[in-house]
Design a protein around this ligand. Structure first.
Ligand code: NAP
Length: 312
């Protein structure tokens, strides 16, 4: 077997990919986990994970992911960096084009996760790093004693708003409805936090800026249509996520939201290609569900390889 030939190649180094890597390498399959940028996935930007069992009081996302990685490497998982441009299905084997080079394997596990959605406003892209951010853990500390806004009403927005109260003078939480989507425990913490001001039934119509960066936003009331100006030094956008699957278009079946169509057994429409974690159509996006998916995908990949060997 050459260095570019594997039993299993896992695309994505978050909780799903790492767990698949642990199971596959522990099953003595020659396994490579490829990551585009930073091992650990979304958890690298999570300040505290309170719903991963075994850590009363919570654990920091990066610390948990460091432990995951140490654990899978212990069983012989190979890790590497590279951008997968394409997967070619040759039937028995799969070819991956990674940064222009070919790699082959018998089974592929896609665990590419999701990325934050943008608001799509004029000037948004140009203000990234100059007031607009999609990651409170990464950028929160740059906004000490200044007013900021968090856009969105889900778990991410709620956690980011709570975290940002450590730095900001005030956090305006802008939500398009009159009720948060976030879980009850987070809703209660938001309601109790005096630094958080709710802008209910509101959306951002326009970003205001000068040559130093973001200076404010025009908010529109979704009920009355009225607009008002708020002065802000920072804006954290947390309006949901999109799956990182565009490179798979035309290769595996995606649903209309771009998520990989795969059931609990992680099988995609292509034998030998499996999908695990947040990039798959699933009802819950948590570390625990990603971990479960990773384990299932690795076992399915192992079975697929055994079946291929018996039939040849
Ligand atoms: P989400 O649950 O999809 O919430 C997105 C929020 O943004 C919703 O409140 C939505 O409003 C709002 N929104 C969407 N598009 C918008 C737009 N164009 N303009 C204004 N607002 C918009 O996304 P998420 O909070 O990133 O969470 C993603 C998944 O990860 C969820 O399953 C979540 O439970 C999970 N997660 C879990 C934890 C945890 O367990 N600790 C932490 C973070 C995330 P509507 O409510 O009106 O639709």
């Amino acid at each position: 077997m050459s260095d570019s030939q594997y039993d299993v190649i896992i695309i994505g180094g978050g909780p799903a990919g790492m767990t698949a890597g642990l199971y596959a390498s522990r099953a003595s399959l020659k396994t490579l986990m490829l990551e585009k940028m930073i091992m650990g996935g979304q958890m690298m930007t999570a300040t505290k994970i309170e719903n991963w069992p075994g850590y009363p009081g919570g654990i920091d996302g990066p610390e948990l992911m460091m432990r995951f990685q140490e654990h899978c490497v212990e069983f012989g998982l190979e890790t590497g960096y590279g951008v997968v441009e394409k997967i070619i299905d040759n039937g028995d084997s799969k070819t991956l084009i990674v940064d222009g080079k070919e790699m082959t394997c018998q089974a592929v596990i896609i665990a590419t996760g999701v990325i934050p959605k943008k608001l799509g406003l004029d000037g948004e892209e140009g203000l990234v790093g100059r007031g607009v951010s999609y990651c409170a853990t990464c950028d929160g500390a740059f906004f000490r004693d200044v007013p900021i806004a968090v856009i969105g009403g889900g778990d991410t927005a709620a956690e980011e708003a709570l975290f940002l109260t450590r730095f900001a003078s005030k956090v305006v939480m802008v939500h398009r409805r009159d009720e948060l989507r976030a879980t009850k425990i987070l809703r209660e913490r938001i309601a109790k936090n005096e630094k958080i001001e709710m802008a209910w039934n509101s959306v951002v119509d326009e970003l205001l800026s000068d040559n130093t960066g973001l200076t404010g936003a025009m908010l529109r009331d979704t009920q009355t249509g009225e607009t008002r100006k708020v002065e802000l030094s920072g804006m954290f956008v947390a309006v949901g996520v999109s799956p990182t699957t565009s490179f798979l278009d035309g290769i595996v079946k995606l649903d209309k939201g771009g998520y990989i169509t795969a059931g609990e057994d992680t099988h995609t429409n292509i034998p030998g290609i499996f999908a695990a974690g947040d990039c798959r159509t699933n009802i819950l996006k948590q570390v625990s569900t990603a971990v479960g998916d990773g384990a299932v995908a690795a076992i399915m990949a192992e079975r697929h390889i055994e079946e291929q060997q018996h039939s040849s």
